[in-house]
Design a protein around this ligand. Structure first.
Ligand code: SF4
Length: 413
């Protein structure tokens, strides 16, 4: 256990990495304040054979936002070289060869999926401070943004990989247009400027729309991969009378979203994970991937810390299944049969003390049972198709429960 100067106990999150970062901060503080690195850390795990610098006052998971304009951190390579007191570049004022990097932490957002988690870009401002050349500003890494309400400082691997994308040698950070004289499909391109690209596209759209006929409006198409917004992007082309807005989805996403849109009238709703007692995931992978799930995963972890149980139904042993309290390894495609079985037991069996297993309060408030009971045409169709034997006696909630209890009862036992 790290003994800190103020004897504050490390919190749940304060692991070794936080300790290293916190130590770096204190190193920075000591360096700035005194210009020397002479203190000895009071940390049993490290103090035995290494001379160390002052232990941090607080082991911080993230630097205090007050320090984001100028935050000094021990260089990552310095730790690789052996940390303080070993192989760093030494000098009279820096006897332990400690290298500090001065960062400005700039809040931004990850665009690798629509969850748009908060990030902080760690911009190395050391060289820039001397040269004043903006080209010397380099983002060294991306970390979470603890002030972001959705992700709360947590990111999936794609968020941290933003740095690799940014400096990827294959990245094309400027617009291209077809080389003059070349034909579509020839793959010949020349660089253009943003101003020129916007002007050219804008002019073409304007002249096309000015024709005013249906065909012209339909000849404009706007395609965006993942739109990174929720139901806004299509309104811009719609406002110009164009219906050629296109983005993509995929079968896993579309299937899940269809369910939540029908059930809750919301696209990828966000349950109150953190206050759940039992969390049930069917073929969804909080611990693996899935847009939006990274932010949900943090809240699922919060709930589990409070004692919630996690049940995962999945044919494969996913990472999420591996962490669950119960893994239900169904055969692929048999999930629905399991749900029918559960519905039957809940509707047609009693609890240990003879109580109903149905949460009537929930069903009354969250299921559109009254609309179903009012729809006589549909009820007649259910009779006609053999899903129910006869029309319900009345249209009360009790009649509804009796009807569906019969509906989910197996025909053969
Ligand atoms: S879930 Fe991952 S990829 Fe999506 S926005 Fe958050 S960090 Fe980026």
């Amino acid at each position: 256990m790290v003994k800190m100067m103020n004897d504050k106990k490390p919190s749940f999150f304060e692991g070794r990495r936080a300790f290293l970062k916190g130590t770096a901060y204190t190193v920075a503080g000591a360096a700035v304040a005194k210009g020397v690195f002479t203190n000895i850390i009071d940390t049993p795990a490290f103090a035995e054979d290494h001379e160390r610098v002052t232990a941090p006052v607080n082991l911080e998971r993230y630097p205090d936002p007050e320090k984001w304009d100028s935050y000094l951190e021990l260089d990552g390579n310095d730790w690789k070289r052996g940390g303080t007191g070993r192989n760093g570049v030494k000098s009279a004022s820096n006897p332990h060869g400690i290298k500090l990097t001065e960062y400005m932490l700039v809040p931004t957002a990850c665009l690798n999926c629509e969850a748009s988690c908060g990030l902080t870009a760690w911009v190395d401002i050391g060289v820039y401070k001397e040269t004043k050349n903006p080209k010397d500003l380099k983002v060294r890494k991306y970390m979470g943004n603890p002030l972001h309400a959705g992700s709360r400082g947590r990111n999936c691997a794609k968020g941290y990989a933003t740095q690799s994308q940014m400096y990827d040698p294959d990245r094309i950070p400027f617009p291209l247009k077809r080389a003059p004289g070349s034909k579509r499909g020839e793959g010949k391109w020349v660089r253009t400027t943003w101003d020129e690209a916007m002007k050219e596209i804008g002019t073409k759209m304007k002249t096309t729309l000015e024709r005013g006929d249906e065909i012209s409006r339909k000849s404009i198409m706007y395609h965006v991969g993942r739109p990174n917004e929720n139901g806004f992007g299509h309104r811009v082309p719609h406002s110009m009378g164009c219906d050629g807005y296109d983005s993509h989805t995929n079968i896993c996403s579309a299937g899940a979203r269809q369910g939540t849109i029908q059930w809750t009238n919301d696209d990828r709703n966000s349950p109150d994970w953190a206050n759940a007692d039992l969390i049930f995931l069917q073929s969804s992978h909080a611990a693996d991937a899935g847009h939006y799930f990274q932010q949900a995963a943090g809240r699922i972890a919060d709930a589990r810390k409070k004692g919630a149980k996690l049940v995962v139904m999945d044919p494969r042993m996913s990472n999420s299944a591996g962490m669950a309290d119960l893994w239900v390894p169904v055969w692929p495609g048999t999930e629905t049969a399991l749900y029918l079985y559960l519905a039957n037991r809940i509707l047609n069996e009693k609890g240990r003390n003879g109580e109903d297993l149905v949460n009537h309060n929930f069903v009354k408030n969250w299921v559109n049972w009254d609309r179903l009971m009012a729809n006589k045409e549909y009820l007649n169709l259910l009779v006609e198709k053999g899903y129910i034997k006869s029309l319900p006696k009345g249209d009360s909630y009790e009649d509804f429960i009796e009807m569906i209890a019969g509906m989910y009862k197996p025909l053969y036992t």
